[in-house]
Design a protein around this ligand. Structure first.
Ligand code: S3P
Length: 436
């Protein structure tokens, strides 16, 4: 049993300051994996500081990849690429809490001529893996699981290409299959009916892989030819927009708040949060737009205003899946509230996020309606500080620390250490920004 840390968050008068965000989690995972199977060295600056991306690096080491984290304060990792053939691991690959590690790396180990076992913590062991087991098995990998859940035992080898239409909107699954496609004899085609984040496609191109992409009326289609070699890169990971979401939403709670976020990821498949917050009244201006290895980066200037309500549904729910917890946590303080639909996937994240949100909001005295695929939270509510649980889920811990800035009385969050899964310095940074 891991030791739990409680954090107390006191109400604030406003938010102000500038935050340099650690590297994006989604991009860091992909760079960590692809640098390992590339030829030659890679150097990645601003690699995510979160425990999840460290799990990816530890798994790569267990697969024979050497890498080093530089102690220069810039979160640099240097990876010696091993090329496409990795070493058989001597022990199970420990993915910790990281669904991204298990799902995406399974695409790489499925292409190896040995057996790997992949394990995770209690939360990861409850999460569905059928979504990668089915297509990878169709490609020829032999996979054993515990009724579609971890641990996974994957015996890989040369794979067959597939044409696969994804039944669930998941960027992790899309990346898994693109990575597996590198080890297939022929061309693999993946179609998604809802467009999800495209960091896998962008990263593969950065490492020298050719792929064909087409946006469809809804969703997209990607084709990748097997047998392509990757080369190492020198890169800098843009600041994590899903981590920035907590500060953006904190600023949204206070009319007149001022916030600067330099070097933030601006990839259009991730930036839906900015549109929603602007529709709700937040003023956001973007300066210094740039592109690094195909990823857009910009600096944001934010000013809080009276917050209107919003409805999140359809493709927006997939695009905002990691930001819904914090949007829901600030919803009672908006004028009209927030309704979330088509977000059943929230139930199979690090916790059942719909239940976690509803439980914590109710403890703060909020009125909220729980639905199978979402929630409805009325606006213009007054909330009180409370004893809350993170449910072992980093995004729940951080979302409710933000809500606690506007309650009457202080809030205690149990299991607050789970924030370190994606953002170890979160609570210190939030304290620095809070004006009391
Ligand atoms: C991620 C995709 C999303 C997201 C997760 C990171 C990724 O998961 O929730 O935090 O990096 O591809 P799904 O693929 O399950 O939607």
């Amino acid at each position: 049993m891991k030791s739990q840390t409680n954090v107390v968050v006191r109400p604030a008068r406003t938010i102000g300051g500038s935050v340099k965000l650690p590297g994006d989690k989604s991009i860091s995972h992909r760079y960590g994996m692809l640098a390992g199977i590339a030829e030659g060295p890679s150097r990645v600056e601003n690699y995510s500081t979160g425990a999840d991306c460290a799990s990816t690096l530890c798994c790569m080491r267990a697969l024979g990849v050497t890498w080093e984290r530089k102690s220069d304060g810039q979160n640099v990792i240097e990876v010696q690429g091993k090329g496409p053939s990795l070493d058989a691991p001597k022990a199970p690959l420990d993915c910790g809490n990281s669904g991204s590690t298990m799902r995406m790396l399974s695409g790489i180990v499925a292409g190896q001529s040995f057996t790997s076992e992949m394990v995770g913590d209690e939360s990861l062991s409850r999460r569905p893996m059928e979504r990668v087991i089915k297509p990878l098995s169709e490609m020829g990998a032999k996979i054993e699981s515990h009724q579609g859940k971890p641990p996974l035992r994957i015996t890989g080898g040369r794979l067959n290409p597939i044409d696969y239409k994804m039944p669930v909107a998941s960027a992790q699954v899309k990346s898994c299959l693109l990575f597996a496609g590198l080890f297939a004899d022929g061309e693999t085609q993946i179609e998604e009916s809802v467009r999800t984040r495209d960091h896998g496609e962008v990263a593969l191109r950065a490492f020298g892989v050719q792929l064909q992409r087409q946006n469809l009326a809804a969703g997209s289609e990607v084709r990748i030819r097997g047998g392509q070699r990757l080369h190492g890169i020198e890169a800098r990971v843009p600041g994590d927009l899903s981590s920035a979401a907590f500060f953006l939403c904190a600023a949204a709670l206070f009319p007149g708040s001022q916030l600067t976020l330099p070097n933030l990821l601006m990839n259009p498949t991730r930036a839906r949060l900015l549109d929603i917050l602007m529709q709700m009244g937040l003023s956001i201006s973007v300066t210094q737009l740039d592109e690094i290895h195909g990823e857009m980066v910009g600096s944001l200037q934010i000013e809080g205003a009276k917050l209107k309500g919003a409805t999140i549904a359809g493709a927006d729910s997939a695009a905002l899946i990691d930001e819904i917890p914090v949007l829901a946590a600030i919803a009672p303080f908006s004028q009209q509230g927030i309704e979330v639909r088509d977000a059943r996937e929230l139930r199979v994240k690090e916790s059942d996020r719909i239940t976690s949100i509803v439980t914590n909001l109710r403890k703060m005295g909020a009125e909220v309606e729980e639905r199978e695929d979402g929630l409805k939270i009325p606006g213009s509510q007054t909330l009180r500080g409370a004893e809350l649980d993170s449910f072992g889920d980093h995004r729940i811990a951080m979302a409710f620390a933000v809500a606690a800035l506007r309650t009457e009385g202080e809030t205690r969050i149990q299991g607050a250490e789970s924030a370190s899964i994606s953002y170890p310095a979160f609570f210190e940074t939030l304290e620095e920004l809070a004006v009391r």
